[in-house]
Design a protein around this ligand. Structure first.
Ligand code: GLA
Length: 746
């Protein structure tokens, strides 16, 4: 990997084994995009890709020139209003009311490694030789604003990280940054399909695909959180792309707040991708001496289909976005009491569950909502993080001790960013909630959002949480966030800074996370937002796992986990076995299927174990044994999607270890089919000429021995044509069937 600068062409070529990213300084001193895709030869000029042509009804930058038309030129950080009519990456509102800027090249530097981004999560390197970075400095001569575009190319994967930093020098006048995207890439042509991960509460991150058309197609969030509705990610693929072959561009934003992810196809069939903080509701006053850092966007290119793209994100985010001692560790198998008890628990009830959990092999007991203040329902006490001594006479410390005496670790739920009106905190500081003066406030789940833009709010939450965590031995924290932001206005900021509140809120959340991590580095954080409404790369920097969804139904979880895996590694996907009938859908499904789905995640249980019959507990003990045996492989192996719940009627995926000597396949069919054809499931990621032994877990005997080539080109037999009449069937099949196949080199 390296960054080549060709002085004569003013061209930068960022490359590694797999990809090239080529940009240049154009004659208007702005940065042009020449190429992003599979690796190109170095030491060559690609400036011929700066395509200019004389056209009518367009605008040109230079007098006497009928070719350099900004609206037709591929750019890296286009500005509003000076000849480019597409959506811009930057818009600066100046004192005289003008929004026209002229950010022009000043200098650049190329260096090994990757700098951190102040106050923001970002991918990182541990050694400088893991990545090279390029920083290009541009400046507007009139308003003096400086812009630093940062690019990092990683050695081991097809990813480029980008961000932008604005600086307003001392002694100048302030500018208002109205739009500051993290990434703009102009790609040639319009022959792409756009993939997005969209949904809603309890059905997060469905895979949605559509061909691009001329005009704008975008997704985003203006909810203050990345949201369950759209994930901060989009991919563009060439038609015909599958899980295993085809060209894919991925664009992922390392951020947890409002975002815009957009593809704009011009009527000359050029495609602009924009990714960054949503410009709606954003306006940042950049005062002299101040800096604005945008979040990081990670662009990926793969020629190996969706799986190729996902594997790049998995590896990068797992190893160089997640941090701390838990990054590389198999995740504890937990029991969470939420779906078991909701708010209705006392210490004895919890301990009865914990005892059973220990007996079946669980490692961590997590106490969810309802332990603090007077919280017996969701109308009260958020903000008052002191234990309810009626429910827990020994407080959190007492309960933690009793749980630990059973041989389990102890974990605790918080929802720091929220407050109920019925709380000591709200009574003391009613102006600490986000609200617009003299206007009514929306509530969500009877709660209000604390103004995380205020340092004193962050301080108060830190003090309260640190007191609980200091006073008891807590090894895991579930950090929840159960409503979207409304009436966003901070009583602590002047009028001209109200456009900063959404972003400052997110910075406050990150600051609180960081302070807690600094003080309690060994705690494993799991993020949560009514399930997966803030499942984003920004959160992974602080919390290496996230509760994927409040929907724990196994069939629905297939879709959720499948979609989530487009960007996020298995080790980050919080997945639990819950009760049947399922709490959200009332659906009855076998314990086997519930377990076989949840093992492809962090794995745990969320139901009242004390009420289960011995045979269920025995089956769970087997599931836990299995998970302990394979969790390193599952959580840290290379993950492949094989069959999609959105298109194939069955779901299948597999993980393969680094040496390609061992794999585990999960196969799931929600509804049975009668008189069905033979079906085979081609696998992936195995060595073609190696012979593997295949065993279906839980079934006696070997399934067979096959070469990797047979397993990938022919596949595993998953349907044997049995016609559905019991006495004629070779194998009885039913609805809600699942199988796990273990594959090991012979
Ligand atoms: C949210 C979470 C759940 C649970 C409840 C508690 O809905 O997603 O897992 O913690 O809050 O109120």
């Amino acid at each position: 990997m390296a960054i080549e600068y060709k002085k004569d062409d003013r061209q930068f070529h960022l490359y590694n084994r797999d990809i090239s990213y080529v940009i240049s300084i154009m004659q208007n001193e702005q940065v042009g995009q020449l190429y992003f895709g599979a690796r190109l030869p170095i030491n060559r000029s690609y400036t011929y890709l700066l395509e200019t042509a004389p056209r009518y009804m367009t605008s040109y930058s230079f007098e006497g020139d009928w070719a350099f038309s900004p609206e037709h030129i591929r750019q890296e950080y286009p500005a509003y209003g000076a000849g480019d009519y597409r959506q811009p990456a930057v818009e600066l509102l100046q004192e005289n009311g003008s929004r026209i800027s002229g950010l022009r090249y000043v200098s650049h530097r190329i260096f090994s490694g990757k700098p951190t981004l102040e106050g923001l999560p970002a991918t990182y390197v541990e050694e400088d030789d893991e990545a090279d970075s390029l920083e290009i400095c541009l400046k507007d001569d009139l308003c003096q604003t400086e812009l630093y575009l940062l690019y990092t190319i990683f050695a081991g994967c097809g990813a480029v990280a980008r961000s932008a930093r604005f600086v307003q020098p001392q002694g100048t006048t302030p500018v208002m940054v109205d739009t500051a995207m993290s990434l703009c890439v102009d790609l040639p042509g319009r022959d792409y399909e756009m993939v997005q991960l969209s949904g809603a509460w309890a059905r997060e991150r469905s895979v949605i695909t559509r061909p691009l058309q001329q005009g704008i197609q975008s997704i985003g969030s203006r909810r203050g959180i990345s949201s369950a509705n759209h994930n901060p990610f989009l991919a563009l693929t060439r038609p015909g792309c599958t899980e295993h072959v085809g060209q894919v561009y991925g664009f992922s934003l390392v951020y947890s707040g409002n975002f815009l992810a957009q593809a704009e196809v011009t009527t000359h069939d050029e495609t602009r991708v924009l990714l960054g903080i949503h410009p709606d509701g954003f306006c940042w006053q950049l005062a002299p001496g101040q800096t604005l850092q945008t979040p990081e966007a990670v662009a990926v290119f793969s020629s190996n289909g969706y799986n190729g793209m996902s594997q790049i994100y998995h590896r990068l985010y797992q190893n160089r976005l997640c941090r701390g001692p838990w990054r590389d560790k198999p995740r504890p198998i937990l029991i969470n009491n939420w779906e078991a008890t909701y708010f209705g628990f006392d210490e004895e009830k919890l301990l009865a569950i914990a005892q059973k959990a220990k007996q079946i092999g669980v490692e961590l007991f997590v106490l969810d909502d309802g332990w603090f203040g007077k919280r017996d329902d969701d109308t009260t006490s958020l903000g008052d993080w002191q234990a309810n001594l009626e429910k827990l006479p020994g407080g959190i410390a007492g309960l933690a001790k009793r749980v630990q005496a059973l041989g389990l670790d102890f974990g605790l739920w918080f929802e720091p960013e929220m407050v109920n009106k019925d709380s000591e905190l709200y009574r003391a500081h009613p102006d600490w909630v986000l609200h617009t003066p003299q206007r009514p406030m929306c509530h969500g789940r009877n709660q209000y959002v604390l103004d995380m833009a205020r340092p004193e709010v962050v301080e108060c939450l830190y003090t309260q949480m640190a007191a609980v965590l200091d006073g008891a031995s807590v090894s895991y924290v579930k950090w929840d966030m159960n409503r979207c932001l409304t009436e966003v206005y901070s009583a602590a900021l002047p009028p001209q800074r109200q456009g900063e509140v959404f972003h400052r809120y997110v910075l406050g959340v990150y600051a609180l996370y960081q302070r807690l991590l600094d003080r309690f580095p060994d705690i494993l954080f799991e993020s949560c937002a009514s399930g997966g409404a803030r499942f984003d790369p920004g959160m992974l920097y602080y919390a290496p796992q996230a509760w994927a969804s409040d929907d724990t139904d196994a069939a629905q979880r297939l879709e959720i986990q499948y979609g989530t895996s487009f960007v996020y590694p298995v080790s980050s996907i919080g997945a639990h076995v819950s009760a049947s009938p399922n709490e959200q859908l009332g659906r009855v499904s076998p314990l086997k299927m519930r377990g076989d789905v949840a093992v492809f995640g962090t794995f745990g249980y969320e139901l009242d174990l004390a009420k289960l019959p011995p045979e269920d507990l025995a089956e769970m003990a087997q599931q836990i044994t299995l998970m302990k045996q394979y969790r390193q492989l599952i959580q840290f192996g290379r993950f492949y999607r094989l069959a999609s719940p959105f298109v194939d009627g069955v779901t299948a995926w597999m993980v393969v270890n680094g040496e390609q000597t061992e794999a585990l396949v999960g196969w799931y069919r929600v509804l049975n089919a009668v008189n069905a054809p033979f079906s085979r499931l081609p696998l992936a990621g195995l060595l073609p000429d190696v012979e593997y032994v295949v065993e279906e877990l839980g079934q006696p005997g070997e399934y067979g021995a096959f070469t990797g080539r047979e397993l990938t080109q022919i596949g595993l037999l998953t349907g044997d044509g049995s016609c559905g009449i019991p006495h004629m069937a070779k194998q009885r099949t039913t609805d809600f069937m699942s199988r796990l196949y273990h594959i090991v080199k012979k």
